[in-house]
Design a protein around this ligand. Sequence first.
Ligand code: PLP
Length: 403
Amino acid sequence: MKYFNNKLKIENISVNTLAKRYGTPSYCYSYNQLKYNINTFKKNFNSFSPLICFAVKSNTNLNLIKEIKKFGLGADVVSMGELMLALKAGINPKKIVFSGIGKTSEEIEFAISKKILLINVESRSEIKEIERIAKIRNKKVNIGIRLNPNTDAKTLRQISTGKKENKFGVNDKIFCDLVNYCKKSKNIILKCLSAHIGSQILDHKPYEKMLKVIDRIIKKTNFSFEFIDLGGGMGISYTGNKKLNYKKYCLAIDKFLKKHKSKIIFEPGRSIIGNTGFLITKIIYIKKSGKKNFVILDAAMNDLMRPALYGAHHNMLPSEKRNKKFVKNYEFVGPICESTDRFSSFKKFQELREKELIIICDVGAYGMSLSSNYNIRPKAIELLIKNSKVKIIKKRQKLKELI
Ligand SMILES: Cc1ncc(COP(=O)(O)O)c(C=O)c1O
């Protein structure tokens, strides 16, 4: 996305044209960026060629998952719906891992029937339930056990998952007990140790620490895992500054693999899809209140939940650049009756006018997938720009579908 003659374009199509043709708010994705992200991710870890399972929860658009599949990626799913979607996109079940702490019996049965690569379990009760179902069906089921490595991911509190107070995974003692339990089971085949310490991680050190913990636990269990699933969490640059040092993360894994002959699995979501997406919105009104200038957009927290949910920041850009001399402070908000329905604030932003377009950046991950119909607001259209063509990859919801 770049400005040409002061007009913002996604690939080679102007945002103004997109808004005129498809209305606002609109999610728009760049295929070139997606391709670049996947190839870069692969290159970053090419010393050991991991199995990359795209975290479907980050973006559940069927067309995008079909595109991602064409690069050979598998899927990390967390519900029966996501598993169905990954299969519908044509992803090979042998490249699908099923994560989550609360898989129901129905979900487990479905996953077993589809012969997916791994069910990553998170509790003793879940193993017993899988074993019960597998016994009835006379099946052997491949599983991973998710370790909670008690590692601080140094990310937002709300998306941190690898500390002992978090609900995810099992601690080292239970992990060792469960490995011993699986060794004796006739219907469960333990193949994987999995971990996922959080999301939007920009510091490689928590990953290094996690690997040390995993190394220690493997030695304790004296078990040879075919797979080590390191989860996802690789952060992206929402503010244009810090970036994750992939080289150092990769070096730490190389070192780990000298001791353990396992295949590495990753479950990246945000790092694959995050910066491919833009939310095109229109200014409905601008209103002054004391020292504040509120810009009321036609997109709201139901379209993009991250700021309200995590206090997350997204960069915002005008569709047309004007004279830089006229700058104002602005707070961008949505029209929903919640004070948390606000996006970002800027101390210096070019002076804006009502009806102009504002683009919210980096919304490809946990944007549309977290959207809702709150306030009976229809979900936005989704567009993909590929080979200079715009494709509608999800229609705008109609009010009559909701009422
Ligand atoms: C188990 C698991 N794997 C992978 C991911 C994807 O994380 P990210 O999008 O940060 O790469 C998540 C996200 O929360 C997760 O819970």
